[in-house]
Design a protein around this ligand. Structure first.
Ligand code: 5RP
Length: 218
């Protein structure tokens, strides 16, 4: 089974969490794309979706799924998205695709966060994958110095601008033993929009695809 086939299996399993007639929160990335394609097959059974990126919005629209502005949505039973790393407490590093801020906003509105991953994303300690931090451009140098003081090695993501018009610093070399504490600490730095730690509000359910099937962890 290839990694992409595992991503697809996790995404297909997440369709069972979609409630009839609901508005679905939709993540970003290759695993989320498989979920969007599955959602396309059951579009007559949902009201529509809120997208966490322009890319996902375009793919959802391509399936004829109605898009909702989050400001007009007060109830969203489920948000489904992938992750770059996830630990046993279901804290995650996200933002490999640069959509971390909108992902965190949409996830916050949802009652339940269902994370869909292949088994390569499961780790004991977060941080091997560089932690993305979205930064307002004028604060890049300041934020980079502060992230270095926290023990990381920030590297600007070359040629990348987020959907919100900002930059990403990918922070290498972290061994994240206190994900919620680091999430809060980084968010205190002026100029940081969001960081890719999803620990204060982690996943509620992990659908982890392995060559032997999809495991559900809570
Ligand atoms: C995008 C994300 C993605 O969920 C994460 O990068 C995983 O991507 P993929 O499903 O392509 O492996 O956080 O900002």
């Amino acid at each position: 089974m290839t990694q992409d086939e595992m991503k697809q299996a996790a995404a297909e399993a997440a369709l069972a969490f979609v409630e009839e007639g609901s508005i679905v929160g939709v993540g970003t990335g290759s695993t989320a794309n498989h979920f969007i394609d599955g959602l396309g097959r059951m579009k007559s059974r949902i009201r529509g979706a809120v997208a966490s990126s322009e890319a996902s919005a375009e793919r959802l629209a391509g399936h004829g799924i109605e898009l909702f502005d989050l400001n007009h949505v007060s109830e969203m039973p489920v948000y489904v998205d992938g992750a770059d790393e996830i630990d046993a407490s279901l804290a995650m590093i996200k933002g490999g695709g640069g959509a971390l801020t909108r992902e965190k906003i949409v996830a916050e509105v949802a009652t339940r966060f269902v994370c869909i991953c292949d088994e390569t994303k499961q780790v004991e300690v977060l941080g091997h994958y560089p932690l993305p931090v979205e930064v307002i451009p004028m604060a890049q140098a300041l934020v980079a110095r502060e992230l270095s003081a926290l023990g990381g090695r920030p590297v600007p993501r070359a040629g990348f601008v987020t959907d919100n018009g900002n930059l990403i610093l990918d922070v290498h070399g972290l061994e994240i033993r206190d994900p919620a504490g680091l999430e809060t600490a980084i968010n205190q730095i002026p100029g940081v929009v969001t960081n890719g730690l999803f620990a204060r509000r982690g996943a509620d359910v992990l659908l982890l695809a392995t060559p032997n099937g999809v495991r559900k962890l809570t």
